[in-house]
Design a protein around this ligand. Sequence first.
Ligand SMILES: Nc1ncnc2c1ncn2[C@@H]1O[C@H](COP(=O)(O)OP(=O)(O)O)[C@@H](O)[C@H]1O
Ligand SMILES: [Mg+2]
Length: 304
Amino acid sequence: MTIEVQGVRRAFGDVLAVDSISLTARPGEVTALIGPNGSGKTTLLLMLATLLVPDQGTIRVAGLDPVTQHAQVRAQIGWMPDGFGTWDALTVREVLHTVAAAYRMPADRARARTDELLHTVHLADLADRRARVLSRGQKQRLGLARALINDPHVLLLDEPASGLDPRSRIELRDVLRSLAAQGKTILVSSHILTELQEVADRAVIVARGRTIETQNLDADFVSTASASWRIDSLDGDRLATWLAEHHVPATRVGGGLTEVEVAGEENAARLLADLVRDGIRITAFGPSQGALESAYLAATQDRR
Ligand SMILES: Nc1ncnc2c1ncn2[C@@H]1O[C@H](COP(=O)(O)OP(=O)(O)O)[C@@H](O)[C@H]1O
Ligand SMILES: [Mg+2]
């Protein structure tokens, strides 16, 4: 049930929305598609969802070709577009019944599936509310339930965490993790670097329609890859002087915090030891960026 994308390109007139994107998303994993606005994420997802045809390259979704095996691909995927659409007059339950009907699900099956999904996305209490009154986080969860109605093996989610408050984001993360644990293949986009950090197993970074880098997001990655570290000290002025004397690039970010540029955790550990040895009182020392942010900044450097 893998997603395989090889050298895919798609233009709209003279706008090259996707220039050359390649990626693999595996079952049981959450793969994050990360890139700034306009980098081609939505265009790529539309091609995976059979809603747009690539000009070049190959796509396989669960071994199927979205261009020639349209209906079979659609049966395998759940698609959650960016934005909720115009279902506002229906209740939460009606939205899901309507989608189930579109899949020609028998009414009793549709009811059972709806109840199950309302539970999965924590919307059971709101089943009879109009979709209009839902908060953004609740609407996103309803969108996810909608994408899950046909129990797809592959989930394509466009910016599902966009605009969510921290609690909703954690709930989304938990739902996605449990879906991945069931063996689903999940590809989820975001233009916000840190948004998917806790949920994704792997990040594919895209910029200007091209794959820039693929990064595994294991636990060690944050500290080993970080090139920028945050130091909190009781002796801010002495720290500044020390760093200047030792030619360590540093920026005071206020509130006693200083950001230093030191590549990798070996060098960071040495710096910390030196500072402590010289009597500078450190209260906190850690990577200043998350894993995705480091990879993203490294990958998009000098590409402007
Ligand atoms: N239907 C379209 N017609 C013309 N240009 C488009 C169309 N869809 C997307 N684009 C352009 O393609 C580029 C990539 O867009 P998109 O895939 O939406 O990026 P993202 O989702 O990463 O923000 C942008 O420059 C966008 O303006
Ligand atoms: Mg988009």
